[in-house]
Design a protein around this ligand. Sequence first.
Ligand code: CA
Length: 227
Amino acid sequence: MRVLLVEDDALLGSGIRDALEQARYAVEWVRDGALALEALRCANIDLVVLDLGLPKLDGMEVLRRARELGAAVPILVLSARDTTLHRIGGLDAGADDYMAKPFDVDELLARLRALERRARGATVNLIRYGAIELDTSALAVTFNGQVVELQRREFMVLRKLLENIGSVMSRQQLVDNIYGWDSDLESNALDVHIHNLRRKLYPELIRTVRGVGYVIDPLPVAARQDA
Ligand code: CA
């Protein structure tokens, strides 16, 4: 899950970024409206947290233009503009949710989980695949009912693959999903995560598609009935 965080306040922005990273999101943080729009045009983004009072381009304008461009990504507005009229204006301009500052970070994370659920048509924070359960709220994975200890990025890779069963995820898509734009990346880091997931769960779980990427195949019908 890759979140675009649009916040010009340095202290607040770094606090939200840290909380999102702890909740196992990959975070792209930009500090003005023009960069936000640019990111929405060019990058793979799964969720947006958008401040409104921004340099260069106001957040309301970012919202309107993003929707005009056809960006369907869930957007949560996080703003100090907290009158009813402001909230109505934001929601009608295309925001999926609207939170007033000051805010509680746990509530922000819960609202983001709700937006994710809606985006993938789910009703609970649980992804099931055979004997594997991944809880996006508790950030926990179990296999046959036993807790599997995963590193932060192993969790993120597994989640991306489980959210896209049957679709081959390219190496770039997976890397985008777990690392920020400017982070240094060892070229074999992704392979190490895949190796560890196969070892901690089971080897056939993730199939390598040579020259492309990785996929978790749909379960056979019999296995699905057991699940
Ligand atoms: Ca601001």
